[in-house]
Design a protein around this ligand. Sequence first.
Ligand code: FCB
Length: 491
Amino acid sequence: MPDRGTGPVLDRRLLLQLGVAAGALAACSRDPSPSEPSTTVPPWEPPAEPMVFPDGFVWGAATSAFQVEGSTTADGRGPSIWDTFAAEPGRIADGATGDPAADHYRRWESDLDLLVELGLPAYRFSVAWPRVQPTGSGAVNQRGVDFYRRLVDGLLARGIHPAITLYHWDLPQPLQDAGGWAVRDTADRFADYAGIVFDALRDVDATWLTINEPKTTAYVGYRWGAHAPGITDEDQAAAAVHHQLLAHGRAVQAFRASGAAGGIGIALNLLPVYPVDRAADAAAVRVDAVENRLFLDPVLLGRYPTDAIGTQPGQLPADAGRFEDLVRDGDLEAISSPLDLLAIQYYGVTGVDDAGNQVPLYPTSLATWQQVHPEGLYDQLMDLLIDYPDAPPLVITENGIPDPTADGTVEDAERLEFLRAHLQQAARAIGDGVRLTGYYAWSLLDNFEWAEGLSQRWGLVHVDFETQERTPKDSARWYSTVVRANAVAPS
Ligand code: FCB
């Protein structure tokens, strides 16, 4: 492994390409991988008419607390692992920290007005645990709770549906000092915290999401060390998988017990994987286990796959026995508590070779981990329909692309075409039977893109980080027309 403590920051999915498994197996429903062109399956073409989404389809845009809020010491907020990580030299590409980010903590009202201006009926944001419980346990910081109450009331006053993520990576630092997601106690602490937020907002008919991308935290944060908490340990990575999923399950139980309104799910980033040739089939199955089934199976089926952890090509090389020992009686029942929705986050696909490495099959965006392949979204949605027929309705809670230039621009034709192509594939999947009920673009605003800092811009709306001025990009204007029409036109 390259040294990530010094020198340039390595991109998280570039790290994955260096050896970790990925994937999804080539189901018969899929278009063939590029290495095996088929003469029988012509490429899909969008129809000439606009593709109309079902009535009631929920349209929105997403952010997360640490990426937009800033004000990291305001009103009693405690430190999170991302404050600690970003303060370490060399961790963040441009040396940025979480302050001021997009200054959303102070500008939230005008940001909600922006949602109205763009005609977006839903907004996904996350609650910062260290604002609500500055040390991750014990006393509630009422000023932190009050911020989210004001934000939610501001949304409701504008007729905007709140989608609330409880955990988008900003673990209170004292919990990390006690072992973080590698230890079981953190799952209990999370359930307590979730209960506090449910009680505070129990009257709100919200879409609740427990944990954002447990995979990214486990692999990028605990295996590759390119995200907070910066650990490189396969066994801790495997433990972080189980303890985050347990935290999710416990939070769902707390949600039901609280009687809070709305529905609840988990946000999983899924990655269709295509074997580059037939010799790679077996490795691709294992990569699919590591990237997808290790999360989908326990949540939807109440069991872990047996082929995710081990030393065969494509597997997560942790100690399988140690992982099994973490799973106690009742854990899988909690983890598989019935959900109201499954949130999926889709950025692209990967190829897999016979050694289980992720290899490029499609062009990447400025984010080198992102192999852009809109048809992969269709494949992913259809795979879920086939493999998990009893899954709850799906919502896409993230999908997007960074600006092609680091400086940012409001003429973002690439993003517009990316969104169009993915929405066409989403509509296609709905037409083929997938229960997809909503879509949130990532992101509403340019923001703090983790290890890339402010240098990678993912917003529909440009943010000048000097002045904090917001300017909708071309894609935002175009997305507004899609939302208003509840349809995506071919061009
Ligand atoms: C996802 C994260 C989100 C953002 C996008 C680009 O993995 O959930 O916060 O970083 O990638």
